[in-house]
Design a protein around this ligand. Structure first.
Ligand SMILES: [Zn+2]
Length: 124
């Protein structure tokens, strides 16, 4: 077995999170060799993924739709929900305001009608 160069060891250290297969391919070595060397160095070849949003590395799969880590996706959903709540509150407030306004106009109209009727009656 070909001895590992410092450059290769550094590569292994930096790219262990990409998995044995990827490192083996990049270095032109067998996966067995990479796995053996990783064990010697105490490195985990468990696949990790970097979240493009927060830049953190995770062992858990990234969200298929957002491409982000689970926590970023969660935060994004929460922000969405908060926005929806604000929008719904604004809509409800607007509805209340409009209903009140409409009620005021109706009352004014019916008062005006009554006044007109009573005015007409008093003058016979
Ligand atoms: Zn993230």
């Amino acid at each position: 077995m070909r001895p590992w160069s410092t450059r290769e060891l550094r590569y292994l250290e930096e790219h262990a999170g990409e998995g044995a297969g990827a490192v083996a391919e990049a270095l032109g070595r067998s996966t067995d060799s990479v796995e053996w060397q990783a064990r010697q160095c105490g490195l985990s070849l468990r696949k990790r993924r970097q979240c493009p949003n927060c830049g953190r590395w995770t062992f858990r799969p990234l969200n298929r739709i957002s491409g982000w880590c689970i926590e970023c996706t969660k935060e994004h959903h929460m922000a969405d929900l908060a926005e929806q709540v604000v929008a719904m509150r604004e809509e409800a407030a607007r509805e209340k305001r409009n209903d009140r306004e409409r009620q005021r106009h109706y009352s004014a109209k019916s008062r005006a009608k009554k006044k007109k009727n009573s005015h007409g009656k008093s003058h016979g």
